[in-house]
Design a protein around this ligand. Sequence first.
Ligand code: MEV
Length: 308
Amino acid sequence: MKKSSAPGKIILFGEHAVVYGRPALAVPVTQIHVDVEITDSARKGIWIHAPAINLHAELNTLPSDHAVASVFNNLFFLLRVSPFPNLEVNINSTIPVASGLGSGAAVTVALLRALSSFLLRPMSDDEINAFAYDIEKIHHGTPSGIDNTVITYAKPVYFIKNQLIETFTVSVPFTIVIGNTGMPAPTKESVGDVRTLWEADKAKWEGVFDEVGELVKEARRNVESGKWMEIGGLMNQNHDLLKEMTVSSAELDILVSAARKAGVLGAKLSGGGRGGNMIALVESESAESVSEALIRAGAKSTIITTIK
Ligand code: MEV
């Protein structure tokens, strides 16, 4: 039997602009995770059980571009596995699906880890990350690679597309409340829409992305030097720039303003946007009351997490 797990993630700063080469900050969220367990099976085939997405099926009955099937098919091709083994594969996830918290990338990473070691061909983190990025590209159009990176290494990352991975140090831990709108976050769509805007007026959008990039650099300096209270205002500014990119939504804006009224240091949407989650920076003693304010404002669920 082989077991593996991978955490969820939030993007603290820089989503969307990161697709255009600007830096972004992302951190793992370990309270939510995907757990994969693989055992030999007495019956023929590869039987996949993923209750979170109501999937109970044999691999061959799934379309080849199915998010889970493509991990198996691409890995078996890479490792030249033939014939396929008979397996029972359990995928349990506590990461809300399609909500900008990295559920897809976490399934891919956890599956790759468990499968490659089950096949006695364990992959390094760098190999897992590169492979997971290829899988992300099949499903998400033109992803930057930030989701698979923060989830594979399970460390805070300062991410610039196609550059060496830089993890960063959080010198003084800080608290984030995550509020879930309960609306799906169609990342591929929002990334595609930002691309359409950019194609129509590259000079304007390059300028907006530059502004985001500067915020991210300042945020990193503050986080590294323990001045995390300074990053609240930067989060608010980043949210405004994301609104300009048209990737916020009525539900996200309602939660962001409810958080601000509840006295947070700053709040913004996190991830692809349009739905999914927002994040609020809070002083730890007010985390519970902010979480309650978000629920009253319509959040379907909240998570309080410490970034360290
Ligand atoms: C999604 O978590 C972050 C985006 O910037 C897309 C990407 O970087 O691939 C919206």
